[in-house]
Write a protein that binds this ligand. Structure first.
Ligand SMILES: [Zn+2]
Length: 325
Protein backbone atom coordinates (compact mmCIF):
# COMPACT_ATOMS: atom_id res chain seq x y z
CA UNK A 1 0.00 0.00 0.00
CA UNK A 2 1.18 3.52 -0.60
CA UNK A 3 0.10 6.32 1.61
CA UNK A 4 0.85 10.00 2.05
CA UNK A 5 0.68 12.23 5.06
CA UNK A 6 -0.64 15.74 4.59
CA UNK A 7 1.95 18.07 6.10
CA UNK A 8 -0.74 20.75 6.57
CA UNK A 9 -3.28 18.80 8.65
CA UNK A 10 -1.50 15.54 9.43
CA UNK A 11 -4.06 13.21 7.80
CA UNK A 12 -2.78 10.00 6.26
CA UNK A 13 -4.37 9.06 2.92
CA UNK A 14 -4.26 5.63 1.29
CA UNK A 15 -3.67 6.37 -2.37
CA UNK A 16 -5.11 3.07 -3.68
CA UNK A 17 -8.54 3.83 -2.28
CA UNK A 18 -8.79 7.53 -1.44
CA UNK A 19 -6.60 9.46 -3.90
CA UNK A 20 -8.01 12.88 -4.70
CA UNK A 21 -6.60 15.23 -7.35
CA UNK A 22 -6.69 18.89 -8.29
CA UNK A 23 -8.09 19.02 -11.84
CA UNK A 24 -5.76 20.26 -14.63
CA UNK A 25 -5.69 24.01 -15.36
CA UNK A 26 -8.03 23.67 -18.38
CA UNK A 27 -10.91 23.07 -15.94
CA UNK A 28 -12.89 26.03 -14.61
CA UNK A 29 -11.64 27.68 -11.44
CA UNK A 30 -14.03 27.98 -8.54
CA UNK A 31 -14.00 28.72 -4.84
CA UNK A 32 -12.91 25.63 -2.86
CA UNK A 33 -14.76 25.90 0.50
CA UNK A 34 -12.79 23.10 2.21
CA UNK A 35 -9.46 24.69 1.30
CA UNK A 36 -10.77 28.13 2.30
CA UNK A 37 -12.01 26.82 5.66
CA UNK A 38 -8.66 25.27 6.46
CA UNK A 39 -6.85 28.49 5.64
CA UNK A 40 -9.27 30.47 7.77
CA UNK A 41 -8.68 28.14 10.75
CA UNK A 42 -4.92 28.58 10.28
CA UNK A 43 -5.30 32.34 10.45
CA UNK A 44 -4.71 33.28 6.82
CA UNK A 45 -6.20 36.65 6.02
CA UNK A 46 -6.31 36.19 2.23
CA UNK A 47 -9.06 33.62 1.84
CA UNK A 48 -9.63 33.79 -1.89
CA UNK A 49 -9.31 30.32 -3.36
CA UNK A 50 -9.63 30.40 -7.09
CA UNK A 51 -8.62 26.87 -7.99
CA UNK A 52 -9.57 24.16 -10.50
CA UNK A 53 -11.99 21.67 -8.94
CA UNK A 54 -11.25 18.43 -7.13
CA UNK A 55 -11.58 15.00 -8.70
CA UNK A 56 -11.44 11.39 -7.49
CA UNK A 57 -11.80 8.06 -9.28
CA UNK A 58 -15.60 8.17 -8.81
CA UNK A 59 -16.04 11.78 -9.98
CA UNK A 60 -17.92 12.41 -13.26
CA UNK A 61 -14.84 14.15 -14.76
CA UNK A 62 -12.70 11.02 -14.29
CA UNK A 63 -11.98 8.71 -17.22
CA UNK A 64 -9.46 6.44 -15.48
CA UNK A 65 -6.78 6.18 -12.85
CA UNK A 66 -3.27 5.16 -13.97
CA UNK A 67 -0.09 4.49 -12.03
CA UNK A 68 3.19 5.89 -13.32
CA UNK A 69 6.42 5.08 -11.45
CA UNK A 70 4.43 4.12 -8.38
CA UNK A 71 2.42 7.36 -8.40
CA UNK A 72 -1.26 7.67 -9.30
CA UNK A 73 -2.27 9.82 -12.27
CA UNK A 74 -5.86 10.70 -13.02
CA UNK A 75 -6.93 11.01 -16.67
CA UNK A 76 -9.95 13.22 -17.19
CA UNK A 77 -12.63 12.87 -19.87
CA UNK A 78 -11.05 15.86 -21.64
CA UNK A 79 -7.98 13.63 -22.08
CA UNK A 80 -5.77 15.59 -19.71
CA UNK A 81 -3.79 14.02 -16.89
CA UNK A 82 -3.17 15.34 -13.38
CA UNK A 83 -0.83 13.97 -10.74
CA UNK A 84 -1.45 16.82 -8.28
CA UNK A 85 -2.63 14.87 -5.26
CA UNK A 86 -4.55 16.70 -2.58
CA UNK A 87 -5.59 15.85 0.96
CA UNK A 88 -9.25 14.79 1.31
CA UNK A 89 -9.49 16.61 4.66
CA UNK A 90 -8.06 20.05 3.88
CA UNK A 91 -7.57 20.08 0.05
CA UNK A 92 -3.93 21.16 0.36
CA UNK A 93 -1.34 19.49 -1.85
CA UNK A 94 0.10 16.14 -0.81
CA UNK A 95 3.84 16.21 -1.45
CA UNK A 96 6.02 13.32 -2.52
CA UNK A 97 8.12 11.37 0.00
CA UNK A 98 5.58 11.91 2.73
CA UNK A 99 4.44 8.35 3.46
CA UNK A 100 3.72 7.45 7.07
CA UNK A 101 7.36 6.53 7.72
CA UNK A 102 8.85 9.57 5.97
CA UNK A 103 7.42 12.60 7.74
CA UNK A 104 8.88 13.92 10.94
CA UNK A 105 7.19 16.97 12.37
CA UNK A 106 7.79 19.44 15.17
CA UNK A 107 5.32 21.98 16.53
CA UNK A 108 6.82 25.21 17.91
CA UNK A 109 4.74 26.93 20.57
CA UNK A 110 5.10 29.22 23.55
CA UNK A 111 3.99 32.59 24.89
CA UNK A 112 3.71 35.71 22.73
CA UNK A 113 7.13 37.03 21.68
CA UNK A 114 8.94 33.89 22.83
CA UNK A 115 10.80 33.65 19.52
CA UNK A 116 8.97 30.73 17.86
CA UNK A 117 8.85 32.14 14.33
CA UNK A 118 12.40 33.51 14.54
CA UNK A 119 13.64 30.09 15.60
CA UNK A 120 11.88 28.27 12.74
CA UNK A 121 13.28 30.79 10.26
CA UNK A 122 16.80 30.38 11.67
CA UNK A 123 16.55 26.57 11.51
CA UNK A 124 15.15 26.52 7.96
CA UNK A 125 17.59 29.15 6.71
CA UNK A 126 20.56 27.24 8.14
CA UNK A 127 19.48 24.11 6.26
CA UNK A 128 19.14 26.10 3.01
CA UNK A 129 22.58 27.68 3.47
CA UNK A 130 24.47 24.61 4.64
CA UNK A 131 22.97 22.21 2.09
CA UNK A 132 24.45 19.15 3.87
CA UNK A 133 23.94 17.84 7.39
CA UNK A 134 26.97 18.36 9.69
CA UNK A 135 27.63 14.59 9.68
CA UNK A 136 27.53 14.56 5.87
CA UNK A 137 24.81 11.90 5.75
CA UNK A 138 22.07 14.02 4.18
CA UNK A 139 21.57 16.69 1.62
CA UNK A 140 18.90 19.21 2.58
CA UNK A 141 16.37 20.22 -0.06
CA UNK A 142 13.98 22.98 0.93
CA UNK A 143 10.35 22.65 -0.18
CA UNK A 144 9.89 25.95 -2.02
CA UNK A 145 6.25 25.25 -2.90
CA UNK A 146 5.43 26.63 0.56
CA UNK A 147 7.92 29.49 0.91
CA UNK A 148 10.62 30.72 -1.41
CA UNK A 149 14.19 30.39 -0.14
CA UNK A 150 14.46 34.19 -0.57
CA UNK A 151 11.51 34.73 1.80
CA UNK A 152 13.05 32.44 4.40
CA UNK A 153 16.44 34.18 4.11
CA UNK A 154 14.83 37.62 4.38
CA UNK A 155 12.74 36.52 7.38
CA UNK A 156 15.78 34.99 9.11
CA UNK A 157 17.75 38.19 8.54
CA UNK A 158 14.91 40.25 10.01
CA UNK A 159 14.75 37.97 13.05
CA UNK A 160 18.54 38.12 13.51
CA UNK A 161 18.40 41.90 13.62
CA UNK A 162 15.78 41.77 16.39
CA UNK A 163 12.70 42.51 14.29
CA UNK A 164 9.64 40.37 14.88
CA UNK A 165 8.85 38.35 11.73
CA UNK A 166 5.25 37.61 10.68
CA UNK A 167 3.85 34.24 11.83
CA UNK A 168 4.34 31.35 9.41
CA UNK A 169 0.80 30.14 8.73
CA UNK A 170 1.93 27.31 6.43
CA UNK A 171 4.51 24.80 7.65
CA UNK A 172 8.13 25.02 6.53
CA UNK A 173 9.40 21.72 5.11
CA UNK A 174 12.91 20.43 4.42
CA UNK A 175 13.71 17.14 2.71
CA UNK A 176 16.64 15.20 4.10
CA UNK A 177 17.93 13.20 1.14
CA UNK A 178 20.46 10.46 2.03
CA UNK A 179 23.70 10.66 0.06
CA UNK A 180 24.02 7.82 -2.46
CA UNK A 181 26.51 5.83 -0.38
CA UNK A 182 24.18 5.87 2.62
CA UNK A 183 21.13 4.33 0.91
CA UNK A 184 17.66 4.80 2.34
CA UNK A 185 14.92 7.15 1.23
CA UNK A 186 14.27 10.86 1.71
CA UNK A 187 12.56 12.11 4.85
CA UNK A 188 10.47 15.27 5.07
CA UNK A 189 11.09 17.41 8.17
CA UNK A 190 8.14 19.69 8.92
CA UNK A 191 8.24 22.74 11.20
CA UNK A 192 4.91 24.19 12.37
CA UNK A 193 4.58 27.67 13.85
CA UNK A 194 1.86 28.03 16.49
CA UNK A 195 0.77 31.54 17.42
CA UNK A 196 -0.47 32.37 20.91
CA UNK A 197 -3.96 32.91 19.39
CA UNK A 198 -3.99 29.29 18.13
CA UNK A 199 -4.04 28.02 21.71
CA UNK A 200 -6.49 30.59 23.12
CA UNK A 201 -9.03 27.86 23.97
CA UNK A 202 -9.49 24.17 23.29
CA UNK A 203 -11.85 24.56 20.36
CA UNK A 204 -9.51 26.94 18.52
CA UNK A 205 -6.60 24.66 19.25
CA UNK A 206 -8.30 21.62 17.73
CA UNK A 207 -9.30 23.45 14.52
CA UNK A 208 -6.09 25.47 14.14
CA UNK A 209 -3.62 22.68 14.97
CA UNK A 210 -4.90 19.39 13.48
CA UNK A 211 -1.28 18.49 12.68
CA UNK A 212 -0.26 18.46 16.35
CA UNK A 213 -1.71 15.02 16.92
CA UNK A 214 0.81 13.30 14.63
CA UNK A 215 3.79 15.49 15.64
CA UNK A 216 6.82 13.75 17.12
CA UNK A 217 8.08 16.87 18.88
CA UNK A 218 6.50 19.72 20.79
CA UNK A 219 9.04 22.52 21.01
CA UNK A 220 8.26 24.93 23.83
CA UNK A 221 10.05 28.23 23.24
CA UNK A 222 11.20 29.99 26.38
CA UNK A 223 13.28 33.17 26.22
CA UNK A 224 16.57 32.49 28.05
CA UNK A 225 16.67 36.01 29.50
CA UNK A 226 13.55 35.06 31.53
CA UNK A 227 15.74 32.68 33.50
CA UNK A 228 17.57 35.61 35.01
CA UNK A 229 14.38 37.27 36.27
CA UNK A 230 13.78 36.38 39.91
CA UNK A 231 10.13 35.57 40.67
CA UNK A 232 8.30 37.64 43.29
CA UNK A 233 7.29 36.44 46.72
CA UNK A 234 5.07 33.34 46.53
CA UNK A 235 4.80 33.67 42.77
CA UNK A 236 5.23 30.67 40.51
CA UNK A 237 6.85 31.89 37.34
CA UNK A 238 5.69 28.87 35.37
CA UNK A 239 1.92 29.25 35.57
CA UNK A 240 1.72 30.44 31.96
CA UNK A 241 4.05 27.72 30.79
CA UNK A 242 1.96 25.12 32.60
CA UNK A 243 -1.18 26.42 30.92
CA UNK A 244 0.46 26.42 27.47
CA UNK A 245 1.84 22.92 27.81
CA UNK A 246 -1.39 21.52 29.27
CA UNK A 247 -3.35 23.13 26.45
CA UNK A 248 -1.07 21.55 23.85
CA UNK A 249 -1.52 18.14 25.47
CA UNK A 250 -5.16 18.36 24.44
CA UNK A 251 -4.03 18.42 20.80
CA UNK A 252 -2.29 15.05 21.02
CA UNK A 253 -4.66 13.21 23.36
CA UNK A 254 -5.52 10.56 20.76
CA UNK A 255 -1.98 10.17 19.47
CA UNK A 256 -0.60 6.64 19.49
CA UNK A 257 2.67 7.83 20.90
CA UNK A 258 3.11 10.95 23.05
CA UNK A 259 5.47 13.52 21.57
CA UNK A 260 8.81 14.48 23.02
CA UNK A 261 8.87 17.85 24.77
CA UNK A 262 11.81 19.99 23.75
CA UNK A 263 12.44 23.18 25.65
CA UNK A 264 14.15 25.66 23.34
CA UNK A 265 15.81 28.43 25.33
CA UNK A 266 15.52 31.18 22.76
CA UNK A 267 17.61 34.39 22.82
CA UNK A 268 20.37 32.38 24.45
CA UNK A 269 22.84 35.06 23.25
CA UNK A 270 21.33 37.27 26.01
CA UNK A 271 21.85 34.69 28.77
CA UNK A 272 25.12 34.92 30.58
CA UNK A 273 25.53 31.21 31.36
CA UNK A 274 26.71 27.94 29.82
CA UNK A 275 24.10 25.74 28.06
CA UNK A 276 24.49 23.19 30.88
CA UNK A 277 23.83 25.77 33.62
CA UNK A 278 20.88 27.16 31.61
CA UNK A 279 19.44 23.67 31.28
CA UNK A 280 19.70 23.06 35.05
CA UNK A 281 18.13 26.43 35.82
CA UNK A 282 15.14 25.68 33.58
CA UNK A 283 14.05 22.84 35.86
CA UNK A 284 14.74 25.01 38.95
CA UNK A 285 12.88 28.13 37.82
CA UNK A 286 10.11 26.29 35.96
CA UNK A 287 9.33 23.21 38.07
CA UNK A 288 6.22 22.49 35.91
CA UNK A 289 8.45 20.95 33.29
CA UNK A 290 9.49 18.20 35.64
CA UNK A 291 5.92 17.69 36.85
CA UNK A 292 4.54 17.44 33.29
CA UNK A 293 7.27 15.17 31.96
CA UNK A 294 5.14 12.05 32.52
CA UNK A 295 2.85 13.16 29.67
CA UNK A 296 5.67 13.12 27.15
CA UNK A 297 7.97 10.45 25.78
CA UNK A 298 10.91 12.53 27.00
CA UNK A 299 11.99 16.06 27.89
CA UNK A 300 15.10 17.76 26.53
CA UNK A 301 16.48 21.27 26.82
CA UNK A 302 18.30 23.14 24.05
CA UNK A 303 19.87 26.58 24.08
CA UNK A 304 19.36 28.47 20.79
CA UNK A 305 19.73 31.92 19.31
CA UNK A 306 18.01 33.15 16.16
CA UNK A 307 20.15 36.30 16.34
CA UNK A 308 23.35 34.23 16.29
CA UNK A 309 22.54 30.77 14.84
CA UNK A 310 26.27 29.89 14.84
CA UNK A 311 26.65 30.59 18.57
CA UNK A 312 28.44 27.90 20.59
CA UNK A 313 29.59 26.00 17.48
CA UNK A 314 26.03 26.11 16.11
CA UNK A 315 23.37 25.46 18.68
CA UNK A 316 20.68 25.56 15.97
CA UNK A 317 22.37 22.53 14.31
CA UNK A 318 22.19 20.77 17.66
CA UNK A 319 18.47 21.44 17.97
CA UNK A 320 17.78 20.40 14.38
CA UNK A 321 19.70 17.14 14.89
CA UNK A 322 17.85 16.58 18.18
CA UNK A 323 14.49 16.99 16.47
CA UNK A 324 15.08 15.30 13.17
CA UNK A 325 18.42 13.44 13.24
ZN1 LIG B 1 -4.68 17.85 4.99
Amino acid sequence: MSDRRCIFCGRLTELETDALFRLPPDHPRTNDPIYADFRKARGFTDLRSDLPGVCGSRSPECLKLDWENGRPVLITKTGRGTDTLICPSCHNELFRDTDSASVCSAVFFGAKDSGKTSLILALANSRIKEQFSPDGKYRYIFNDRLYSTEDIAAGAEKAASGEKPADLRSPAAVYRVPRAAEGGKPVCDVLHDVSAADTADEETLLTALPFAESAEHFVYCLPADKLAEAPGEGERPDILMRRDIFMMLGACRFAEKPPELDIALTRYDLADMSPETASERVFGVFPSIGELSGYFSGVKVYAVSAARPDLGGSLTDELYAGLFG
